[in-house]
Design a protein. Sequence first.
Length: 256
Amino acid sequence: MVCIALVSFLLGCIPLTIYLLYFKGPFSTQNSDWGDFGSFIGGSSGALLSTLSLLVLIYTLFVTIQNSKDMLKNQKENHNEQINIQEKIHRNERDLTRFSLNNQLLATFIGILNKKLTSKKYALYSQLSGSMQLVLAKDAIPFLISSLDARLASKTHTGKDAIHAVMDDLKLDFFEEMIPLLSIIGIIRNEPNYNFRVNFIAIFHASTERLPIFWLIHYASVRSAIMSEALDNEPDLNLMPREILAVFKKNDVDAN
């Protein structure tokens, strides 16, 4: 405002300065001279001030338009930010809902699997009798470990090959148990969130017995492409129990 007032004053002085430079002399005592002077000053100053007013108006419009553009830009950015926040909230809600549902399904299938493994009667092939014999789980697991020990001691197989050879020798069968296991693996594999997958794997290990699961997973890995691929992508699915590691260490054989 001060600048505008100063510019207006200077513009008003321009006609007066020009008049005094071209019309030198004493002040006139004629009314007509003063009238001509007033017409000159009024016409010249009015034109200059009108031009100034137009320029001020144009500048004001420019500033208003620029401010409006900035305001619209800020509003758009705020709107987009709000949309992104809402989308993130919705994604989190969907992820948590999916996690909760899958967690319930996981617990259900783990319960089914544990029940089958606990009540399972292992049909194992006996080379002495040449026939299949039913063995309870509490006796079958130690027998599998001792068979693995004997196989490693013979030096005919190493690593996973020794485990698979034992299963083949004893005609080990986990067909019924594979159904809930593959359902569990499907839930874990299809979870897109890495942290949720890690959580599901931890739940799986914490809720199952390592030794029966170890043999079951190896059985499934050679009979199901899904299981084999899952182990390639998530090797932590099959943690080797310390009893099995001890057998490999005893025979000085690499467990892998």
